[in-house]
Design a protein around this ligand. Structure first.
Ligand SMILES: [Ca+2]
Length: 203
């Protein structure tokens, strides 16, 4: 006997057809007792130690939730140049409950920064795939707009660069999918720049 299920449409063998009732029954039994799918594992936050490693600081920043967390994305919601965190939780027991939590970044002395918001335009021009390169006194930094670069989430079409002590960037280049580029020079730090596709006017 073949231990799989083939649908007439795809003829793909799927053991999930048999596994699904097993996991559904197991989930109902464990969650009915208050168990967590994530094993009550707390969230963690790793702080970079300037290239020397990472420090786990979830508890100190009140991010170490026990709730099952499903999605997380970093974005600067209030536009102050410090990336904030959005976190979604989803629980099924004792009742279905979903929450969105926002953790605002209030860290002091975070240094200078520059951000670029890539504007989606008509005519099929998408920022996805665009590469942004910044040259400044501290070196060269590159970011690319991709899909799915957060955990089960999607970033806005925005890139953010930390500049340390530098108060301006010497050049900023946006290379769009298809080969067109926009190059800007001598930009002040600590603000966002809106950049549109070259076909519709650039900056
Ligand atoms: Ca912020």
């Amino acid at each position: 006997m073949e231990l799989c299920h083939r649908t007439p449409l795809t003829n793909i063998c799927s053991s999930y057809y048999f596994a699904r009732p097993y996991f559904a029954a197991k989930s109902a039994r464990t969650r009915g007792r208050g168990h967590s799918f994530g094993g009550w594992e707390r969230n963690r936050l790793f702080l970079s130690q300037s290239g020397r490693g990472f420090l786990e600081a979830g508890h100190l920043f009140e991010l170490g939730l026990q709730q099952d967390s499903r999605n997380v994305v970093a974005d600067d919601l209030d536009g102050d140049g410090r990336p904030d965190l959005l976190l979604a939780t989803f629980e099924t027991w004792p009742e279905k409950k979903q929450t969105i939590k926002i953790f605002r970044n209030d860290l002091p002395n975070t240094g200078n920064w520059i951000g670029v918001r890539l504007r989606e335009q008509g005519a099929g021009v998408s920022p996805v795939g665009a590469k942004v390169t910044v040259q400044f006194a501290g070196g060269v930094l590159v970011r690319q707009i991709v899909t799915g670069d957060s955990y089960r989430s999607q970033h806005a079409n925005t890139v953010h660069f930390g500049l340390g002590a530098a108060q301006e960037v010497e050049s900023l280049e946006v290379a769009w999918i298809g080969g067109k580029k926009i190059r800007l020079s001598k930009l002040q730090a600590n603000r966002y720049y809106d950049v549109r596709a070259p076909d519709v006017g650039g900056l």
